[in-house]
Structures are given as C-alpha cells and as structure tokens.
Design a protein around this ligand. Sequence first.
Ligand SMILES: [Ca+2]
Ligand SMILES: [Ca+2]
Ligand SMILES: [Ca+2]
Length: 266
Amino acid sequence: MRRVSLCVQGVICMVFLVAAQGCNTDLTGLGDGSQSDLDPSETSGGVSGGSGPHIESDGQVVVEAEHFTDEGSDWTGAFGAMVELDSRNWILQESAASGPAPDPDGFHSGASGDAYMECLPDTRVTHDDPMDPGSFYDDGTGGAWLSYDIDFQTTGMYYVWARAYSTGTEDNGLHVGVDGVLADAGRRMQWCGANEWRWSSAQRDTGGTSCGVNGTITIQIDRPGLHEITFYQREDGFEFDRFLLTTNAAYTPQGAGPRESDRTNP
Ligand SMILES: [Ca+2]
Ligand SMILES: [Ca+2]
Ligand SMILES: [Ca+2]
C-alpha cells in the first residue's frame, strides 16, 4: 500500500511539473516585442494604427509612404504662379488614380495598406519626352518631398529600402536624406524592372550598371531619439508604397514586407 501510494503521488507531482513548465514556456513565447520575436519571412505588409513618430526597434523600422509627417513641393510663394505651374506634388492614391493629370499609367493595386503616394503630374514618361521644368531633379534639390519622423533606439548605418511601382525609365528614381541633409549615399535611388511593386536599395550606376546594386543606398544615425527621414523627387510619376530601414546588410524584404512599425501614440 505504501509503495502504491508513493507511486500515485509521484505521478500527480509530475503532471503538475509538466503543467508548470508548459505555462512558463508559453509566457516566454509572448516575447518582448523585439525584432528577434518577429518572423523574418513576413511578406504581407499591413499598417499600424495610432499617430506620432514610428519606432525603430532592434535595427529595423517600416513605414507606409502615405503615413508621412510633412510634405512639400518645389513651389515657393516668393516666385509666384509661374513656378507653381512647374511644380510636382505627392498625391495620395487609394483605389483609383486621383489628379492632377497627366497620369498616363493610372492606378496600381497591390500596395500595402491599399494606398501609396505618387509624384504628379507626370509629363516625362519616355526618354523622348521633353524634360519640362519640375519633371526631374537629378541631385535631389528642388523637387517635391515627403518627410517622416522616426524615434530611433539604435544608432549606426541603415540600409534604405523602398517599395515602388515603375512603368518605365522615367518614373524610377528617388533620393533620401536625414534631418535636412542629403548625403551622396542617399542620392539617385534606382529601380529597374517595370510593371510590378518592387523593393530596391540600389544607387544608380553602382556595380557597373545603370540599375545599380542593392545595399548601396544608406543613411547614418549618430544618436538615438527623433530624426526626420525625407524622400525627395527625382522623377515625376514615381509611385511610392512604403520604406524599410535596416542595420542588417543581409536582409532583403520580400513581398510587401513586414507589418508597419508601431507609433509612439498607438
Ligand atoms: Ca500612376
Ligand atoms: Ca515621369
Ligand atoms: Ca502603402
């Protein structure tokens, strides 16, 4: 009797131990929200709610282009209406193309959040079209821009990836800078491969090709805290879905990429 009793106690004790271990494992699996808890193969995009700066965590931040903090064009009141006629603006595109014409390639579905920003009007579509004032800014100074406030936790060099839809050779360039400074490493971001949403971190003419090679567009964050990331027009008609900054040289976003990063006011 005594031996059976011990045996029963042992079984009961073991059951409780197993239950306790399972509970502990589950709690650990909830994670602390760090990047190591995220699935690196995330490909379906998706937007975060809330407002305020997006939060960089563990060397990565993802932001929808349509969630900009501020925007502007090359128009300035000092030069009056003549210059305003030449300007381009970043226009929100959702479910259908919306002004100002011309926008020869129309609307493209498949953007994360079902929304993107487009630099319009788009007058220079082919290489044979005239380079109208406002249609092209090779070095990143003077064109329409979009800026994004980001709360950085991690300092260092970031690879800049952006997702865009190009339909030709004259709507596939962009520039990126930090805190109002456009460094050479952020100039002439380039896309090749038309008629699909595609990620790039390539600088034009790197690697011996006009398309460039990925990993050559970078920015430097030297101190933690708030920084302003700004994308500047290179070519009109550029269609801009979202961007991703990462300190990981080996990371290449797939599909629509990871879900958008959280914001400071969730
Ligand atoms: Ca278009
Ligand atoms: Ca164009
Ligand atoms: Ca988007």
